[in-house]
Design a protein around this ligand. Structure first.
Ligand code: PFF
Ligand code: NA
Length: 436
């Protein structure tokens, strides 16, 4: 059977955007901002997205498109030798991330339900409702339902499953978040929130760079779906006539817009409700939206639309995470798609069970995956592409663009020195920070 491909170019871009935009922007981003000092984090994060995320994304694209293989096969084909184990690391990271990602996805499903039934409006406070959703048996059930949705879509295959969902999601997110940002702007706490979110304190950056750097690098990789072979896998379904540079820029710009917009919604609401962002943690988005919804006209409808869109965003990212595992099983073991998806899905579900019982595990899995494993995966792949196979990488990037001249070397040198250096420093700080 011929290997699957994307139906259209826009299908690929949307799928990659769908992978990028997700709980990383909507759930993870606001609490990273809060934990790392607000606007100070923003500065570092935006710099990393442009200077590190974009060049790293191109590196993943070229490996995938050149080899037209799953991430394990791609790296083996591209580099050979011991490098093939890097692909194995990517598959492992996919398991870990999806296992807790799906639990948060389950929270979102419960909030959809809560919007319909009026659950969070009936509870004494938005924070109390979040406490009920975060752990317990119902959380476990919601995690199972989320994984079943992921399995169902991925089992349908590339074109019917993945491509379709994202065509609805991206426009919907931008529209709903746009409306909510306008609402948030009218709140009494808006001014204070914007200052917190958007005007950086340079002194804070100087004093706290040891935690800012790994947090911003980790968030940059997480949000752009880098460091674990998603972009390798997705680019492997792509033709040679496409301009990877333009695709990469579209993905980075759309993804960053959603994150910034999320902050414009969340922080004014938290400040107006008197919630200190620094203490809100992983519940920030859920608590703040539920708060907002309570005093908006048609609040529950807005809440419903909001959480539905977040669920689609989470699904389109979850799909890309499991697709790394599934494409590996299909290409390497000739397994059939449905069987591969079910086996992977069940294993991931089990790995996520502890997370449904105690939120401590979210922090544990999340820091391990985002601040350590993704950065480790990223730095190894960057060494491979930029130091060991630069010529082939540039040649592949030029397919669909034309002669890059000195821009090609600029890209390779960006990856060779600044990107790798920042990732190594982040990895060191991330590991030492994790230990104590
Ligand atoms: N980028 C996704 C998000 O921001 O929600 C999450 C993610 C997907 C991370 C795929 C890593 C990945 F490989
Ligand atoms: Na994202």
């Amino acid at each position: 059977m011929a290997r699957e491909t994307w139906g259209t170019r826009i299908g690929f871009i949307l799928a990659a955007v769908g992978s990028a935009i997700g709980l990383g922007n909507i759930w993870r981003f606001p609490f990273q901002v809060s934990q790392e000092g607000g606007a100070a984090f923003m500065v570092m994060y935006l710099a990393f997205i442009i200077l590190i995320g974009f060049p790293a994304m191109l590196a993943e694209f070229v490996v995938g498109r050149k080899t037209e293989l799953n991430t394990v096969g791609a790296i083996r084909d591209f580099a050979g030798g011991y490098w093939q184990y890097l692909g194995g690391l990517f598959v492992f990271i996919g398991f870990v991330i999806l296992s807790y990602y799906s639990v948060i996805g389950g929270w979102v499903l419960r909030y959809i339900l809560g919007s319909v039934t009026g659950g969070y409006a009936a509870t004494e406070s938005a924070a109390a409702y979040f406490g009920m959703v975060a752990t317990g048996t119902d959380t476990l059930i919601a995690h199972a339902v989320f994984m079943l949705l992921v399995i169902g879509i991925v089992a349908l295959g590339i074109q019917q499953g993945i491509e379709l969902g994202v065509k609805v999601m991206v426009p919907a997110i931008l529209a709903i978040f746009g409306i909510l940002a306008v609402y948030a702007f009218t709140l009494p706490g808006a001014g204070e929130a914007y200052a917190y979110y958007l005007s950086p304190d340079i002194g804070y950056i100087m004093q706290n760079w040891q935690s800012l750097v790994p947090a911003a690098a980790g968030q940059g990789f997480f949000t752009l779906s880098l460091g674990m072979g998603v972009m390798i896998t997705y680019a492997s379904y792509l033709g040679d006539d496409k301009n990877l540079g333009i695709d990469g820029i579209s993905i980075v710009v759309l993804n960053t817009s959603v994150s910034i917009l999320t902050g414009l919604v969340v922080f004014p609401i938290l400040f107006s409700a008197g919630v200190d962002p620094a203490t809100s943690g992983p519940g920030a988005i859920f608590v703040s939206i539920a708060e907002a919804v309570l005093d908006l006209p048609f609040g529950r409808v807005v809440g419903l639309l909001f959480f539905l869109t977040v669920a689609i965003a989470a699904l389109s990212s979850a799909i890309s995470l499991i697709e790394v595992v599934v494409s590996y099983a299909i290409d390497e073991f000739g397994m059939d798609r449905v069987k591969a998806t079910v086996i992977a899905g069940v294993a991931i579900f089990i790995l996520g069970v502890p997370v449904t019982m105690n939120t401590v595990f979210i922090n544990l899995y999340d820091i391990l995956a985002a601040q350590i494993l993704l950065v480790l995966g990223g730095v190894l792949l960057m060494v491979l592409v930029s130091w060991l196979h630069a010529g082939e990488a540039i040649e592949e990037l030029e397919q669909g663009i034309g002669d890059l001249g000195s821009i090609g070397s600029l890209w390779i040198w960006m990856v060779r020195v600044p990107v790798i250096l920042v990732l190594l420093v982040s990895l060191y700080l991330g590991v030492t920070g994790y230990i104590d």
